[in-house]
Design a protein. Sequence first.
Length: 169
Amino acid sequence: MALTDTATVRLLGGLNEATAYLQFRMANDAALEAFIQDQIDVAAAWLSLTSTYYTSAVPAISAVHAQAEAYIALQYIFDSLKPRKVLGTHFPYDTEESSSFQQMIDVEWEARAETLLSRFTSLDTAANPVAFPYFGTSSVVDYTNVDSTEMELTEIRNQSLGYNPVSPR
């Protein structure tokens, strides 16, 4: 059973206008509502398989999972619009040249859900993680102005005893 509802998903995704169904090329608002509910069901199924805390009795944990479920559903919903950026469209309300259309595509709802769920579950399922070596450069060490070991130890001792060291430099 899903933790979120279509009203929450519509509000978070900005799909609560009367004509929102036109953006998805749906026949009416009821068709968009059914599509949103389908995506919520998929998100709920995915979360129930991924997170052991999904059915928690703690209200705070349930609230976090409900929000994550809404974000995942929005990821699935807006994924249906992304191909139109590639295929193109000729409708005046969403043109592929529009900056707001690009911003809508760039919203990564799944990343938001992962942020919410990071405390409860690890979404990274890499079997063999790899740490690649890092090769960097730094400035050259100037050995012309280095104190002797005895001098360094004397300065450290004086500082630890609270003396005001007078450096010969």
